[in-house]
Design a protein around this ligand. Sequence first.
Ligand SMILES: Cc1cc2nc3c(=O)[nH]c(=O)nc-3n(C[C@H](O)[C@H](O)[C@H](O)COP(=O)(O)OP(=O)(O)OC[C@H]3O[C@@H](n4cnc5c(N)ncnc54)[C@H](O)[C@@H]3O)c2cc1C
Ligand code: SF4
Length: 324
Amino acid sequence: MRTFSYHRVSDVDVALAALRQPETQAIAGGTELVNWLKEGIEAPARLVDITGLPLAGVESTPDGLRIGALARMSDVAAHPVVRDRYPVLAQSLLRAASAQLRNMATIGGNLLQRTRCPYFRADTALPCNKRVPGSGCAARHGDTSAQAIFGWSEHCVATHPSDLAVALAALDATIVVRGEAGERRIPATEFHRLPGDEPERHTELRAGELITAVEVPAESGAEHSHYLKVRERVSYEFAVVSAAAVVQLSGTTITGARLALGGVAHRPWRLGGAEQAVVGLSVSDRPALLAAVAADFGDARPLPGNEYKITLAQRAAVRALQAA
Ligand SMILES: Cc1cc2nc3c(=O)[nH]c(=O)nc-3n(C[C@H](O)[C@H](O)[C@H](O)COP(=O)(O)OP(=O)(O)OC[C@H]3O[C@@H](n4cnc5c(N)ncnc54)[C@H](O)[C@@H]3O)c2cc1C
Ligand code: SF4
């Protein structure tokens, strides 16, 4: 591991100035970054500890919810407004990682975690365009069982592992970021990038920028919402596939829905076609719901070894809708 300097900051402008220095990285909970240092994925010369910045609050206003980027995952999940009015958000946080990790890990850090593709995380150097641009993609013709079925390119077939990102996509949330040029607001559905020709660019965050907050609009109607996570064991495991659903109902008839999938692409995958097709259906009519969701899988391109994700994701979406 490379030697690095470490200092703490308590002012956002001071932090932004420090992050403009070359080879400098922010550290929040450290639950992801310290792994990268150990695995050789990152080797910064300077670490700027941002946990002293005043960005850890959770605020509920008539416009919605504003969650500071440095709020801990466990604190956000336990917040009474989040628990009561945004169950999909609380569930996505509580079904992630472990209690110890959630006590350290922050909302901003969660969104900036990187793929769990085993080739990206390998101890020995393997071709990986995300890690070393231009080196190739060992996964493309390797073990594809956990890889993407939507939006992948020949340069990278990885998925993004954040559970929170999937819930935020279904809630039409916004990621607020700040840099030298001021504040920018990025829809949660666009914050993570599809690999295209530049898989080494994981998100829309630019060098030197900080995530300051996540905003969830009040009109998201999130009281009827659910996060379903399918994984290989019941806790402390990443999603094989997940689904976040937000539903509006009149009696048992669906009058509006938002659906996002996790574990299927390098960004949360909104099912816009299915969202329209389920309107007017009874929430208990499982065959009709399944047909509506399946019809929105025209763009799916499974790889050899992950065809199972199509059926799994469709069923997860329907179950999340019904649970919501
Ligand atoms: C064993 C294990 C299991 C896990 N399981 C899950 C899971 O099931 N589901 C899930 O969603 N996640 C899971 N995680 C990921 C975990 O949620 C993340 O490690 C955590 O959220 C990262 O937050 P952090 O504050 O520790 O980030 P850090 O490690 O401090 O930082 C991560 C990255 O984000 C940057 N950063 C942090 N905050 C900001 C900010 N405000 N602005 C700009 N840059 C910032 C840092 O510079 C760094 O590049 C797991 C992690 C581990 C280690
Ligand atoms: S899928 Fe992406 S992260 Fe995995 S080896 Fe290929 S380029 Fe690297």
